[in-house]
Design a protein around this ligand. Sequence first.
Ligand code: ACM
Ligand code: ZN
Length: 769
Amino acid sequence: MKKIIPPFLLVLLTLGCAALRQEETDQEFSRSLGLVPRPSLLRAPEPGAGPAVFRSGAKLAIAIESEDPVDRRTAQLLRLELASSTGLELAPGHRGETAATSRIVLRRVADRALAAEAYRLEVARDEIVIEARESAGLFYGTRTLLQLMPTVAEGLEQREIVIPCLAIEDEPRFPWRGMLLDCGRHFMDKDFVKRTIDLLAYHKMNRLHWHLTEDQGWRIEIEKYPRLTEIGAFRHYADGSTYGGFYSREDIKEVVAYAKERFVTVVPEIEMPGHSLAALAAYPEFSCTGGPFEVATQWGVHKDVYCAGKDATFRFLEDVLIEVMELFPSTYIHIGGDECPKDRWQACAYCQDRIRAEGLADEQELQSLFIKRIERFLASHGRRLIGWDEILEGGLPPAATVQSWRGMEGAIAAARSGHDAIVSPTSHAYFDYDIATTDLRRVFHFEPVPGELRADEARHILGGECNMWTERAPQETIDSKVFPRILAMAEVLWSPRVATEDKEARFRDSFRPRLRRHYARLDQLGVAYGPEAKPLNLHLRFDESRPALEVTMEAGEEGLVLRYTTDGSAPSSRSPVYETAIYLEESTILQAQAFRAGKPYGAPERRDFLRHRAQARTPKLETAYSPRYPAGGDLALVDGLLGSDDYRDGAWQGFEGSDFEATIDLGASTPLRRISTRFLQNVSVWIFLPNRVEIEVSADGRDFATLATFHNLTTNRSGTIEAREFAAELDGRNARYVRIRAEGVKVCPPWHTGAGGPCWTFIDEIVID
Ligand code: ACM
Ligand code: ZN
C-alpha cells in the first residue's frame, strides 16, 4: 500500500499533532481503505521501518479472549465469514501457538473509556487485535475487519491475506441506526430479510424496523386470530390473480435470532388505528361500519380503520400485541399511528359515545386516547411505544418515542417536550423516492439533530432510519433503491458529526472515493446497487432564434457515456455519443441512455418533441400557474415538449384550485387544421381532469367561436394515470387567436382522501397545426 505524506505533514507528525495526523490519514489512507461508515479515528503506521503490512500466511487463527458465549458466537461468525469470503484455513487460535500461524485476537477489556458499541482495532505486522468493553463493540470491530479483507477482485486467489497496518478507534454517534423494510405492500421472503440484516450489520446499522401490517397485507401469524393471515395476507386483483404471503411464528423466531447474533434489534411495526384494512378484511367487527372489506389492492390511505369506540377492538389489539411481544424481545414496539382518516369515527355511534364519555374535544383527541391506551398496555408489559409523528396530535402519551417523517418538526416537538425521537424525514430518508429526488449526496447531507434544539433537548434524538416503503418496490428491486444510499445513511448515523459547511468537501474528497473502493465489496456480496444520482439529466430549451429545441445532456456521475437516438429506436451501446448541444427542428422522439462500462446504467429518458404553429407564442394566462409546477415557465405549453405519464417530468404545468384559461395569438390570420391539448389525471396525487374543456378561435381576440366543448369528464376513482387529449378539427379555417378554457375540479371530491382541499389541473401542451 503506497502512502504519500507531504513533507510539511511529516514535520507535524513528528511533532505529534494527532488532529492533523487524523486529517491526513483521512485524505490519503482512508480513501485507499474505503471503510464505510468512516471510523472516528484512523491512524496509519508511522513512516519508515519497511513495509507495514499484516500477512496471514496460509493459516490464520482466531483467538477469542472472552468466556462470554455471545463473544464466542461473534468469533464463530467471523470464522465462518472469513472462511467463505477468503478461502483461508482458519484454526481456533490458542495462546502459544506456533509463530507460523497468524492470529486475529478478539478481546474484552474493562476499559471505561470505551462506550457500549465502541471498539479498537489494531492491525500489526504479527497480529490483528480487536478490543472492546462490551460484546457489541467486539462485533463492530469484526465488521470493520471484514471490510479490510481484500476482495476477490483484489488478488485474493493468492490464498494469503495482506492488510496494511493501522489503528482504529471507533464508536457510533447515535445508538439508533435503522432501516424500515415494508413487507406489507410487497412480501419479502425470509432469506431476503436475513440477508438484509447481514447487510445492515456489515455497515454497523443496528435496527431493522419491520413493517408487518398494512392495508394491502397482514404478514405476521397470530395464533389467536388465524384469519389475519388466512385472509389478511392475500390480496385479490380484478384479473383473478392473488398476491400475498406471511411469516409463521417459526419464521419470525428465526429472523429475530439471526438478527440478535448480528446485534440488530428487530422492531416490529403493527399499524393502528389506520393502515389496517387487511386486518379488517379478516375481522370486520373491529371496524366502525362492520364491513365487509377486502384486502386493499390500491395504494394510498384508506378510510376504514379500527373503531376506537368498541372495547372489543382494544381486546383484539392487546391479544395481538401479547403474541408480538412473545416473538420480539425488542423493548420498543412500533404501533404506526400515521395517516388515520377520521371519517368513519365521525359517523360512528361507538366512537362518538366514547368522545362524549371521555369528555374529548374531537376525533384528534380520540386518536390520542387510542394511542395512550395502547401505550399503557405496552408499558404494563415492560415495553415502550414508538409511533409516527401524527401521535403528537391531540396529545402525546407520557413515555412515547416519536418517529418524525413529515419533516423534522415532529422530532423537534417531541424533544422539546422531553420525549425521545427517531428521525426519518421524507426529505432525506425515504428510499422509495426516486434517485432524482433523493440522491446519494442529499442523503449524505442529512443532519439528524435539528439546529433548533438546545444540547439538553438534542439528547433526545436517538438516531435515524431510512425508510424502504414498497408500493412500487418488489423484493428484486430493493437492492437498487437501498444501495448505495444506505451507505450515506450509515455514515450519517455512525460517524462523527461533520459541520454543515464541511459536508460537501467530505462527500467529494472522502466519502465518494471510499465508495469507489467499497463497491468491490458490494459486488462480492452480490448487492445489485443502483446509481448514486440520476445518471442522465436532460435540459431542453426552445430556442426562438433558430427556431429549434436545444437539447443538452449532463451525466449525474463520473465515468458515464451518454448515448441518444432521434429515430424512435431504443438507445444501444452503438448509438451516437452525446458531446455537444443538439438542435431539433422537426418533430422528433428523442431517447437517451447513460452507459457505464458498455452497459445501460439507470433508466432511459424519452422526450417527444412536436413542431407546430403555436411554438414560442407565449400564451396569455388568466390564472397564473403554480410556482411548484412551472414546467419551465411561460413557454411551457408551447415548447413542443409533450408531458409523459409522470406529473413531475417537467413538461406538465400545474394550476392549483383554479380554472384554466389561455389565449394564444398566432400574430396573423392563419389557416388551421387541428387544435389539441392534453390534461392529466392522477387522482392519487390530487390531479384531476377538468369538469369541462372548451376550444375556441377568434379573428380579433374579442369575439370567440366555440369549436368543441367536452363535458362530463368522468373522474376515474381507480387511480389510473391518464393523459387525455382534447382536439378540434378546423379544415383549413382561418383564425388568429386560439383560446383553451377549462373548468377545474378545484376542490377534492368527498370520496377522495383530500376531500375539501384544493386539487390540481395539469396541462400540456397546446398544439396548433
Ligand atoms: C409514513 O410514511 N406514512 C410514515
Ligand atoms: Zn367507531
